[in-house]
Design a protein around this ligand. Structure first.
Ligand SMILES: Cc1cc2nc3c(=O)[nH]c(=O)nc-3n(C[C@H](O)[C@H](O)[C@H](O)COP(=O)(O)OP(=O)(O)OC[C@H]3O[C@@H](n4cnc5c(N)ncnc54)[C@H](O)[C@@H]3O)c2cc1C
Length: 471
């Protein structure tokens, strides 16, 4: 069977659905089709509701500092369903020397906090005259070089919380391109941060926007609401088709043909909105130039949801992260019901602990009972939890987190060349220029713009934005 659309989008995760939403927002009469191998939208986003608890097998939320995400929430009709936990209110903790320590939130408080010795704080100033490291340093090499080894546990916590990754393998330029650019432009990150901070502050003041820390955002019914609401705006079997797997892609006169099991789908534009590895698998059967890397490593985590009677003994805040040197079983835990209160039965709290990651894949092989018991032991040493959990569930996401390590920058350049040579082929999705939801929405917006306005990246060399670092 043959079918055709102006734009064919492969994948109904957030990237594919965001691309479709942006396209329809700008051009309501556009002919588009989203195909999805599963029987529901959302991909790596998977809310789990059981016994009155709402936990997340995938993403827990995203920061409200992205215009693209705000537009999508509005277009999906979810303005009234948003829940927010402002970072300024919700303290975050880092586990150091077997204890939770609140992370100070302003430069002044950081200077006075006893988390690192005074000599280490002074050592940070060496950044002002350190030359950039050659080649592609890892995050750990870079942090040690610019700020000193005492800062490594903090960097470790940041990249454990975002990538479940290993700072000895993640490449700085891949995971923090904005910081890398800042170092190249100003010769010092501190100098660059002052320039960028002042410029952002002035811009926000001028535009009358609020300054300060962003808020963690989710939805009353959990994160799955976002892909569900975006998908619900598409006409079933005309604009979105489930249980439809893209198996091959080929260039034909006037566009592309994608073959699924039974269908031959023709389109002028094809958006491959898949995690990097799924995209590379699909393109392995195409005649496009081969990528420099067959696959990216992925970090898998599991989420252990634990419900306790509320005895008011959980420290107030967002949660904590534990750097590797602490040798703990859990990578960290979210105090979910403090951020989003209506997620438990009355009088209970929900903690969600993360286990595994790039450094401990072997822990994912353990049986559920052992994982629950080891997580509970681990948490008990850090938090006053007198009673065992009354609810426990091990959630095992189907998706790994792409790790932007050795070879990733070459892969990005390959994608750039592919885009430059094929103005109707668009690669976005989990791992292409970031891994967070806001990154995905930004990329989806860029793809929609390419489709609507033609290829422009050659003229525009967009400056990488410097993202805030939040634990
Ligand atoms: C455990 C975990 C926790 C996370 N936590 C956060 C967080 O707290 N905050 C945050 O910002 N981000 C988080 N992320 C990242 C976030 O979930 C992703 O950025 C985002 O969901 C990726 O969306 P995507 O559409 O690019 O990819 P996916 O969600 O992977 O969607 C791709 C879709 O394509 C489909 N598909 C695959 N192959 C084919 C094919 N050949 N044909 C048709 N369909 C196909 C899949 O079934 C899937 O539905 C987390 C990710 C994971 C795994």
């Amino acid at each position: 069977m043959q079918s055709s659309a102006e734009v064919l989008i492969i994948g109904a995760g957030l990237s594919g659905l965001a691309t479709a939403t942006f396209l329809k927002h700008k051009k309501p009469d556009i002919s588009l089709l989203v195909i999805e191998q599963g029987d529901h939208p959302g991909g790596a986003v998977a809310s789990h509701i059981e016994e009155g608890y709402l936990a997340e097998a995938g993403a827990h939320g995203f920061l409200d500092n992205s215009l693209e995400s705000r537009v999508l929430i509005h277009e999906a009709g979810l303005d009234e369903e948003v829940e927010k936990a402002p970072l300024s209110k919700f303290v975050r903790y880092i586990c150091l020397n077997g204890q939770l320590n609140a992370i100070p939130q302003s430069p002044g408080k950081i200077l006075h906090a006893p988390l690192v010795p005074l000599t280490a704080k002074l050592r940070v100033l060496a950044d002002l005259w350190k030359k950039p490291l050659p080649d592609e340093p890892t995050v750990a090499q870079w942090v040690k070089h610019r700020f000193g080894k005492e800062i490594l546990p903090f960097a470790d916590a940041v990249f454990t919380g975002t990538y479940a990754g290993d700072i000895n393998r993640l490449k700085l330029e891949a995971v923090m391109p904005g910081l890398h650019n800042m170092e190249q432009t100003y010769g010092s990150v501190l100098k660059g941060a002052v320039h960028a901070g002042l410029a952002a502050y002035k811009k926000k003041k001028k535009e009358g926007k609020k300054t300060g820390l962003p808020a963690m955002t989710s939805f009353k019914a959990g994160m799955s609401r976002l892909p569900q609401a975006m998908a619900a705006k598409l006409t079933p079997n005309k604009e979105i088709m489930y249980r439809t797997v893209a198996r091959s892609l080929a260039q034909v006169k006037g566009g592309w043909v994608v073959r699924t099991g039974q269908l031959e789908l023709h389109a002028k534009h094809v958006v491959i909105a898949l995690p990097v590895n799924s995209c590379l698998d699909l393109l392995a059967y195409s005649e496009l130039p081969p990528p420099p890397l067959a696959a990216l490593p992925e970090a898998r985590i599991i989420n252990v949801a634990l419900g306790f009677p509320d005895k008011g003994n959980i420290p107030f805040g967002f949660g904590y992260l534990a750097p590797e040197k602490e040798e703990r079983f859990a990578l960290g835990a979210l105090f979910s019901s403090q951020m989003f209160p209506a997620r438990t039965p009355e009088g209970h709290v929900l903690l969600e602990a993360l286990v595994g990651g790039r450094r401990h894949p072997e822990r994912l092989e353990l049986p559920d009972e052992e994982i629950i018991s080891r997580v509970y032991d681990d948490l008990q040493q850090l938090i006053d939890l007198p009673d065992p959990p009354v609810f426990s569930r091990v959630l095992r996401p189907n998706y790994g987190i792409p790790q932007l390590e050795e070879g990733y920058l070459a892969l990005l350049q390959w994608r750039q060349r592919l885009h430059a040579n094929n103005s109707t082929l668009h690669l976005c999705g989990f791992g292409w220029q970031g891994i967070g939801i806001n990154d995905m929405h930004k990329q989806a917006w860029k793809m929609a713009k390419r489709i609507l306005a033609g290829y422009q990246e050659e003229q525009e060399q967009p400056q990488e934005e410097v993202k805030g670092v939040y634990f």
